[in-house]
Ligand binder design. Structure first.
Ligand SMILES: [Zn+2]
Length: 333
């Protein structure tokens, strides 16, 4: 197992190495094209804009925006041009600035990833809503305080909110990749992964005591917060972020897998399916392939696989709530 993990991290760091090298943007044809485009194609940002009146104050910002737009448009058109040349020569696609050459659809950079992120968001919302209805309207509530019997209710509510937040920013980021959308996507994903690791520990070890919960959560929250601050305000280190996220992901998959192996939980087969399915889906992130037809790449497929897995995951959570509630009711009687 340790050997396999080491192998996994080695192949991961190789992948990161490939990302940083980006063969496409060092291609002289591409470089020349971008240089030329900057001179001939960006004229709109420097001519004929009125500078008097109340618009004066907004002028620099407006120009900046246009300038940025011009650079990204130049890069895009030069990438398509270079890719066409490569195709004629019979060479396969390469990455540009760390990204595969995607074709835009209505100005959206990666339409498939956006669509799948939106579907993930919808499935998360449906799961969370049905969980809410189950707990507060279908299952019995404690007569003393009208609160659910299920001890993990609050934890799953926060999980649902963090998951929806993270899919929202994923959809935004894949629509248009700029510095702040990228940071929000990465930060939300790290927060969700860190938090779901906390929930995994709480549930698999049945941590129900308030003090014990604080002891488990505090160091992990401190670690994830530091990691997110580091990414946003010090250095957006893709390699490091990938390692941290994979480590947190593998840790919780192992916890759930071991727990599913020893528990007599009635829905453990659902847990197994989600664990094995997520493990297999993660391979898509590692064996990255270029977008099929310029649209469908490994990352988009990875976002597609989490849609049915999320559906199954919330169904496990709901059955866990029913199971725990009926156990508590038996004890009360
Ligand atoms: Zn993504």
């Amino acid at each position: 197992m340790v050997m396999r993990l080491i192998f996994f991290f080695i192949s991961l760091s190789c992948l990161v190495g490939v990302i940083h090298a980006s063969a496409g943007d060092s291609d002289p044809r591409y470089k020349d094209c971008v240089e030329e485009c900057k001179i001939t194609g960006c004229r709109f940002s420097s001519d004929g804009v009125s500078v008097d009146g109340s618009w004066y104050m907004q002028e620099p910002l407006y120009l900046q925006w246009k300038q940025w737009d011009c650079q990204s448009d130049c890069r895009y058109h030069c990438m398509l041009k270079t890719e066409k040349d490569r195709e004629i020569l019979g060479t396969g696609p390469v990455k540009y600035h760390g990204k595969w050459p995607f074709k835009r659809v209505f100005g959206i950079q990666e339409p498939f990833s956006v669509a799948f992120s939106a579907l993930n968001l919808a499935v998360q919302f449906h799961g969370w809503l049905s969980f809410f209805i189950l707990l507060y309207y279908k299952l019995p509530l404690r007569p003393q305080n009208r609160k659910p019997y299920y001890e993990y209710t609050g934890l799953w509510h926060i999980y649902g909110l963090l998951a929806m937040n993270s899919w929202f920013w994923s959809a935004v980021f894949h629509s248009r990749d700029v510095d702040f959308t990228e940071k929000l996507d990465y930060s939300s994903a790290a927060a969700l992964l860190g938090y779901s690791l906390i929930v995994a520990i709480m549930r698999t070890f049945s941590v129900r005591d308030e003090a014990a919960r604080v002891m488990v959560a505090a160091p992990l929250i401190a670690f994830v917060t530091t990691h997110i601050l580091y990414l946003n305000f010090y250095k957006l280190d893709y390699g490091l972020n990938m390692k941290v996220c994979v480590a947190m992901g593998i840790a919780q998959l192992l916890l759930w897998a071991i727990w599913a192996g020893v528990t007599h939980h009635p829905s453990k087969w659902k847990l197994w399916t989600v664990v094995v399915g997520t493990g297999l889906a993660m391979l898509l992130e590692i064996y990255d392939f270029p977008p099929y037809g310029g649209y469908l790449d490994a990352h988009a497929l990875w976002h597609a696989t989490t849609i049915p897995l999320t559906f199954l995951w919330w169904s496990f959570i709901k059955e866990d709530a029913e199971f725990r509630t009926s156990n508590s009711m038996k004890k009360v009687k």
